[in-house]
Structures are given as structure tokens and as C-alpha cells.
Ligand binder design. Structure first.
Ligand code: MLC
Ligand code: AMP
Length: 482
């Protein structure tokens, strides 16, 4: 691959004086980011990290966190972003599965204490400080096929799987999308998304950096931060539906006028209500551009930058992506698709099919309908064992396994109930042992998982409805959980 460096970092390496990042109102130039990440790269090498080693990155949005991400990519480490809000069991799985030898954290974290045995832990700040002492060139020679990121995503089983993205899959997938949306050096992109999933980390951060756009990094989404960003020159806001709904809930006329100055608001990771899209347009004059993607494939379907953005539809294939629909399920074939699931040939065999021409297709599990002109509408998911809350993908199985461990519980099914703000809400339908009792508060205290996975509703039943084969009928429960 050309000069052997990561193509996504070429603009950073060009060391321009323009602003690459704004964090806490502090501008950081591309040259400064290049220095910071070169320092981290040198510090990583000094700590024994070699190309192909997995490095877990457990950080919230911060300059040090971004420097560590880029430093890791520079040395050819396989960066494993992890939600800092995870609890011990979730950390244990990702660290063991990825085999990460080094864990980078913002600050010491109690939930990690029990699972870091045998692993080195360093704070992002310490790594940046170590790097400032060295600055030797430490970049690895990279090839398109080299792994760059392992992004863990929930599946129908309780255990999440690592989507292994390569230097090439990221460059191809993000490049096509940034071209489609015309992201360039004149843009200031507001990033209020978490930096441990594809949306915030890849699309919004790496995509914008690669195009020389400036990123305004917001540590935590609030409607006020978005309006404030718009007043301070933001041109593009990438959102999940819950953010749009919250914005709409509090937007006054001044705020709406500020947002009207944006050139582009995109939305994805979960279905955006067509009614709210229209409401947002009525308030701001902006038609949100909805797009669709997955951790496995990056963003494959998008409404257009120029032309009709159709409410309720996610648009057409991003250039370079092929789409087909088999048995109502969307399949995609694209250079932006991951190499495979990390050390899971069984999951690869289930998820990929190769056609007669040798083309590899990824089975998304999303049920779709096509408009007459081919625009895609996401109708639902093939499996009831996956849900989306605020754009986070959850495995109902993972939550059920925890609830099954409660002594009062005889059987449980977790279902996603429709929720106007979050898209879906975690609901536990539980049959208790004779004479036992359970409250929602007790159940919430028992579930030791990230906050977003804790049940928000508890429905007690005598027995779960099952079909003739003994399988719990989750669709029936979703209609009427009681
Ligand atoms: C969670 N909470 C709920 C709830 N679910 N409260 C009420 N009802 C529910 N159903 C509460 C928790 O109790 C907790 O409260 C808080 O929400 C924790 O969640 P959070 O997500 O941190 O909340 P918040 O700070 O309010 O942020 C909302 C949000 C955030 C929408 C900004 O959820 C977010 O950033 N979502 C984006 C996820 C994402 O990036 N997905 C992309 C995946 S990639 P407390 O007490 O902690 O406040 C992908 C591919 C693609 O999907 O196509 O992009
Ligand atoms: P994740 O594994 O977190 O990357 O989530 C990917 C899933 O999010 C997809 O398989 C879809 O189910 C869902 N998704 C992403 N974008 C959209 C969208 N615009 N509309 C509906 N669902 C979406």
C-alpha cells in the first residue's frame, strides 16, 4: 500500500497548521495531533507493543484518547475500543476474547480491577506524557490486509464478537462515505457520539480526520452542546435518533435558528421516526440525511446529499457497495466490510455467503422492503434476540443469562418494547419460582451490565408462551408482554 502508512492518517501526517480537533474549546492542529500520536506510537513500542498486538482502548472522548487511538494505529496495533461503562463480566469477555495485552484507560476503573491480571494497564494521559519524552519514529509498514480495529458487537448469543476491520476495509468504506457526503477541509464536524463504536469512532472521527475536516469533540451529548456547536461554526452533525428526539424536545427558536446554519445532519444506528424527521425539518428547515450501517460493514446505504431524502427510508447503496435482498433479508457486498469475526470461523460461516462469481456477501439480519426505485426501508430484524437502545445494540441473551442467575427466577425472556425516546426499552418477562417475589429495583440491582442493558420494565407471568417446539414466542410478548 503506497507509502506503507495508514491512508486514514495521511492528512494528519501532512502536518497542516489547520485545526484537526477542538476539545474543551482548545484547538489542536493536524501537526500537533501528528506529534501527539507519534509520541504515543513511540511509547507503545517502548512498552513492547508490536504490529498485530491487540491494545484495548477504554476511554471516553478526549484528546488523549484520540492520540492513543491514532498512536495505536500508527504502530499497526489492533485497537480494541471498549465501553468504559462496562461492568466486570463485559470487560472480562472482551479482554479475554481479543487477547489484549495492554489496556489503556482514562483513569483507574474498579470494574476492570478483577480482570486485568496478566495485562499491563496505563492511563491515556500517562501514555501521552511518555510519548512527549520520546518522539522517535515508530510507525509500522502497513498493508491493506493488516488488521486495524476489533469492534465488538452483540449477536444473538450472549457473547459479543469482534468485527475485525483492516486498514483497507476502513479506508475503502469510510472514503466512499465521506465522498458521498462531501466531507472536506471546510467542514467542522460535531462528534458527540461514543468513541467505542463504528458510528462515533470510524464514521465521525476517522472519516472526518481523513478528509481534513475539523472535529469538535463533545465528551457527552446534550442538546445544548449541539446548539452551542452550531453557533460556533459546526457544519455537520452526525446523530443517532435519540439525539434528534432530545433536541426536538428542548429546541427554542434561537436554537432552531442556530441549527439551520448546519450544512448536513446525518442520522443512523437505529430507525429514525419519519414523523420526527418531518418535525425537525419544520423547526430548522433541515432534512436529516438518514443512513444505515453495521459494525461489520460500516455504512452501506445512505440517502443522497443532493436529491430527495425520503422519510422512513435509508436510501440506496453507498458507491462501491452492492445490495441484494434474499428472503426479505438485506445482504451487502462491499470493500468496507470487515475481514471477519475475530477468531470465529463458525460465525463467519453463518454470516457470509459466496456467490457463483466468487463475490462475498454479508447477511445483515435486517429485514427490508424496497421502494419502486430501489430505496431501502428497514422493516425489522430477523432475530428477536437483538435490540437497539439509543443506538446501542444489545443481545437479549446476555441480559437473560444474568437474570437467570437470580434465585427467584424460574424462566425469563427479555424483549425490546417500543420506546419513543430510546427506540426500544429493555423489558424482562419473568416467571418466578413458587412463592418467590421480585421487584424491578431488585432485578436492576442484580443485572451487572452496562447501564443501558439494565431492564426498564418487569412483567411477571405464570409461564412464558412457547410454540410447539418449545421456543419462547417473543413476538407475542413484544405485542403484549403481560
Ligand atoms: C438507558 N437509560 C434509560 C434507558 N436506557 N433511561 C430510560 N429508558 C431507557 N430505555 C439510561 C440509563 O439509566 C443511564 O442513565 C443512561 O441512560 C445511560 O445511557 P447513555 O446512553 O449514556 O445515556 P445518555 O448520556 O443520556 O446518552 C444518550 C445517547 C447515548 C443517545 C447520547 O445513548 C448514545 O451516545 N448513543 C449512541 C450509541 C452509538 O454510538 N451507537 C452506534 C453503534 S454503531 P444515567 O443515570 O447513566 O444517566 C452502529 C452502526 C451504525 O449502530 O449504523 O451506525
Ligand atoms: P451495530 O451492530 O451496533 O453496528 O448495529 C447495526 C444495526 O443497527 C443494523 O443491523 C440495523 O439493525 C441497525 N441500524 C443501523 N442504522 C439503521 C437505520 N438507519 N435504520 C434502522 N436500523 C438501523
Amino acid at each position: 500500500m503506497h507509502d506503507g502508512s495508514n491512508p486514514l492518517l495521511r492528512v494528519v501526517h501532512a502536518r497542516g497548521s489547520r485545526t484537526a480537533l477542538i476539545v474543551d474549546e482548545r484547538p489542536v492542529s493536524f501537526a500537533a495531533l501528528d506529534d501527539l500520536s507519534a509520541g504515543v506510537a513511540a511509547a507503545l513500542v517502548h512498552r513492547g507493543v508490536r504490529k498485530g498486538d491487540r491494545v484495548a482502548l477504554v476511554v471516553r472522548s478526549s484528546l488523549d484518547g484520540v492520540a492513543c487511538l491514532l498512536g495505536g494505529l500508527r504502530v499497526g496495533a489492533v485497537v480494541v475500543p471498549v465501553n468504559p461503562g462496562y461492568q466486570t463480566a463485559e470487560f472480562a469477555h472482551v479482554l479475554a476474547d481479543s487477547g489484549a495485552a495492554l489496556v489503556i484507560v482514562d483513569e483507574p476503573c474498579a470494574a476492570l480491577d478483577g480482570v486485568i491480571a496478566g495485562r499491563a494497564v496505563v492511563t491515556s494521559g500517562a501514555l501521552v506524557a511518555e510519548g512527549a519524552q520520546t518522539l522517535d519514529a515508530a510507525d509500522a509498514a502497513l498493508h491493506a490486509d493488516d488488521l486495524a480495529l476489533l469492534i465488538y458487537t452483540s449477536g444473538t448469543t450472549g457473547r459479543s464478537k469482534g468485527c475485525a476491520h483492516t486498514v483497507g476495509s476502513l479506508a475503502a468504506g469510510l472514503g466512499a462515505l465521506m465522498d458521498l457526503w462531501a466531507i472536506g477541509p471546510d467542514d467542522v464536524v460535531l462528534n458527540a457520539l461514543p468513541l467505542f463504536h463504528v458510528h462515533g469512532l470510524c464514521v465521525c472521527l476517522l472519516g472526518a480526520l481523513a478528509r481534513g475536516a475539523c472535529t469538535r469533540l463533545v465528551p457527552r451529548f446534550t442538546p445544548e452542546a449541539v446548539v452551542d456547536g452550531a453557533r460556533r461554526g459546526v457544519t455537520v452533525f452526525m446523530s443517532v435518533p435519540t439525539m434528534v428526539y432530545r433536541l426536538l424536545g428542548v429546541l427554542d427558536d434561537d436554537g432552531a435558528a442556530a441549527l439551520a446554519a448546519l450544512r448536513l445532519v446525518t442520522c443512523g444506528s437505529a430507525a429514525l421516526s419519519a414523523e420526527k424527521l418531518r418535525a425537525f425539518h419544520a423547526r430548522t428547515g433541515l432534512t436529516i440525511l438518514e443512513r444505515y450501517g453495521m459494525s461489520e460493514t460500516l455504512i452501506t446505504v445512505s440517502n443522497p446529499l443532493v436529491g430527495e431524502r425520503r422519510p422512513g427510508a435509508v436510501g440506496k447503496a453507498v458507491p462501491g457497495t452492492l445490495l441484494r435482498v434474499l428472503d426479505d433479508e438485506l445482504q451487502v457486498s462491499s470493500a468496507g466490510t470487515m475481514k471477519g469475526y475475530w477468531q470465529r470461523p463458525d460465525a463467519d460461516a453463518e454470516s457470509f455467503v459466496t456467490d457463483a462469481e466468487g463475490r462475498r456477501w454479508f447477511k445483515t439480519g435486517d429485514v427490508v422492503a424496497l421502494d419502486d426505485d430501489g430505496a431501502v426501508r428497514i422493516v425489522g430484524r430477523a432475530s428477536q434476540d437483538i435490540m437497539k437502545v439509543g443506538g446501542y445494540k444489545l443481545s437479549t441473551r446476555e441480559i437473560e443469562e444474568q437474570i437467570e442467575g437470580h434465585p427467584a427466577v424460574r424462566e425469563v425472556a427479555v424483549v425490546g418494547l417500543a420506546d419513543a425516546e430510546w427506540g426500544e426499552r429493555v423489558c424482562a418477562v419473568v416467571a418466578l419460582h413458587p412463592g418467590a417475589s421480585l421487584t424491578l429495583a431488585e432485578l436492576q440491582a442484580h443485572v451487572q451490565l452496562a447501564e443501558v442493558k439494565r431492564p426498564r420494565a418487569l412483567v411477571l407471568v405464570d409461564a412464558l408462551p412457547r410454540n410447539a417446539l418449545g421456543k419462547v414466542m417473543k413476538s407475542a410478548l413484544k405485542q403484549r408482554p403481560g
